[in-house]
Design a protein around this ligand. Sequence first.
Ligand SMILES: [Ca+2]
Ligand SMILES: [Ca+2]
Length: 299
Amino acid sequence: MTKYLLTSAIIASCMTFAAHTATAVVTVVTTPTGVFTNPGGSNAGDALTTDAWLRRNVRNNGAVGITNNYPRSGNGSLYFNGPNPLATSSKADAEFYFGDLTGKTLGNLTAWSYDWYRDGSSTADAHDTPVARLIIDADGNVNTTNDQGLLIFEQAYSNGLAAAATNTWVSDDIFNFKGSGNSGILWWAQFGVGNDQNFTRDLDSWIAGNATPGFAVLSANSLVLGLNVGIGSGWAPFTGAVDNITVQFGTAPATTYNFELTNSNGGGDTNPVPEPMTASLALLAGVAISLAASRRRYA
Ligand SMILES: [Ca+2]
Ligand SMILES: [Ca+2]
């Protein structure tokens, strides 16, 4: 799976029980429309904004977008395709930055889950599955950016590197992985530093401050800047999908993002319109610029 060092630019609910038992507010996401593909080797994607799902970090013929190729919970899901061989492996993500970071801490996280699909035509390593990531600021101060990175869930590392299920949807409750009461194993990719692939730490262990020397130390106060799902890098050809990304902080209602071609529930489109340039967005944009300028890459 991803064994490359950080090498791509990233810019950068009810009660307190887990989402699978809680009533989540379903947000139907229908935008952006269409599949974004980038044949080039440098990351490309939608412009950075907050409170909207974005197709990002796409390179080497990677593709991501809402389609009906693998319908889930309705008529659509987030489609991913990475056709390139390992030497020039494809990458594609979808990500969402929170406009309001109030209460968005690791210590306050009360649910995190997603559904993924691996098409049987994929020839990537048998344990590769679409990945779920939390975009983190380790010290909780967004004005310091050298401590930012990704907490990354890949089922294989909580599952003895077993081959992934194919041609079927799998629901992974990362926060309560397989009902064990323990969160799944998470690894850390710190922008501009590298990958801490310890593969023994669950969420509680990260919150307790366990870290490899040279990497930022996380805590209950680490901020969750946003959510990310994707494929690659370092994978041979892979096709799959993601749907129903659920997150919850504290006692706020859990939110489930259901990716759909159209909003079939008859309600209004519930993918929030991106906010105007607020202070928090300006801050994120600043982060984005500084990170982009350094031409870093990540898992
Ligand atoms: Ca910081
Ligand atoms: Ca769906």
